[in-house]
Write a protein that binds this ligand. Structure first.
Ligand SMILES: O=P(O)(O)OC[C@H]1O[C@H](OP(=O)(O)OP(=O)(O)O)[C@H](O)[C@@H]1O
Ligand SMILES: Nc1ncnc2[nH]cnc12
Length: 274
């Protein structure tokens, strides 16, 4: 699938599990929608990389069309610089915990972004800007995204707020047995074995434009199952948005819609003390 911003899912094979073996190869995605470092940089080393290439303002534009284009470019550049500074602040709020929940796993803790009102506000704004840019929608309630689909449980932390900001509905993907009524089910592989996701059969109307969101893409199994469910229900899957990506697991290779991430995730060997 083509992605005009160059975020097309990698064709490289995904790592088979959450095991994060030492032999997993490093893979820095070339996409420019992420920070440039392997792990979350400390506040002293913010990564100013932005997903948006600022479009140059053209002072020579004379016609109304040119003026309109120039205005859009200027506003895009403004959004881009706002997003860059939000990312720097947000990255400084992230924490990592080695060997949680089991040895060898470096756990990315996003909770500080929610316990602070300021960072929470920044996070929702950053996601709104990111989505407006990569899916070419307007910010605010004029977005033409119909539904934000969030994955249990951490996708529920920001999916509904984001949906409100975008003027979209919110639909949950839940672990099996939690949703009443008729449901579609899709299996996926997790660290400790297989699991099933479900969506209510009437949750998405045929042709609705859907973006799937979650906090982290690791092996990509959860997100791939969610995408299959969206399509089973007749949704038009525009793509995926994650706060973070564990690059070395190559999870995006499992996804057949554009993948966008706010922050660079960890690469193998990026473990650090918290
Ligand atoms: O790309 P994957 O390998 O599928 O892993 C990513 C998923 O793992 C985590 O959720 P988890 O299943 O741990 O559940 P939680 O959000 O309920 O903690 C995370 O929030 C993603 O949903
Ligand atoms: N390393 C990690 N940190 C936080 N959540 C995760 N989900 C899967 N892998 C994770």
């Amino acid at each position: 699938m083509s992605d005009p911003k160059g975020f097309t899912a990698s064709s490289e094979p995904a790592h088979p599990s959450h095991g994060y073996p030492e032999s997993a190869s490093l893979s820095k995605q070339a996409s420019n929608d992420k920070g440039s470092t392997a792990s979350h940089p400390p506040p002293s080393k913010p990564d100013p990389t932005t997903s948006h290439t600022p479009r140059a303002f053209d002072p020579s534009a004379r016609s109304a069309e040119h003026a309109a284009k120039a205005g859009l470019a200027a506003s895009s550049a403004t959004s881009s610089s706002e997003l860059t500074s939000l990312k720097v602040k947000l990255q400084a709020g992230l924490r990592q915990f080695p060997d949680f929940p089991s040895p060898g796993i470096l756990f990315e803790d996003i909770m500080p972004l929610f316990s602070s009102h300021s960072l929470h506000t920044d996070l929702i704004r950053a996601l709104e800007l990111q989505i407006a840019d990569v899916f070419q929608t307007s910010t605010g309630e004029k977005s033409d995204i119909d539904v934000i689909v969030g994955l249990e449980a951490r996708g529920f932390l920001f999916g509904p707020s984001l949906a409100l900001r975008l003027g979209a509905g919110f639909v949950p993907v839940r672990k099996q047995g939690k949703l009443p009524g008729s449901c579609e089910t899709e299996g996926y592989e997790k660290e400790y074995g297989p699991d099933n996701f479900q969506m209510q059969s009437d949750a998405i109307k045929k042709g609705q434009k859907v973006v799937v969101v979650d906090d982290i893409i690791a092996t990509g199994g959860s997100a791939a199952a969610a995408g299959k469910l969206v399509r089973k229900l007749g949704g038009d899957l525009l793509g995926y948005v994650f706060m973070m990506e564990l690059d070395f697991l190559k999870g995006r290779a499992k996804l057949d819609a554009p993948v966008h991430t706010l922050f660079a995730g960890q690469e193998e060997g990026s473990k650090k003390d918290t």
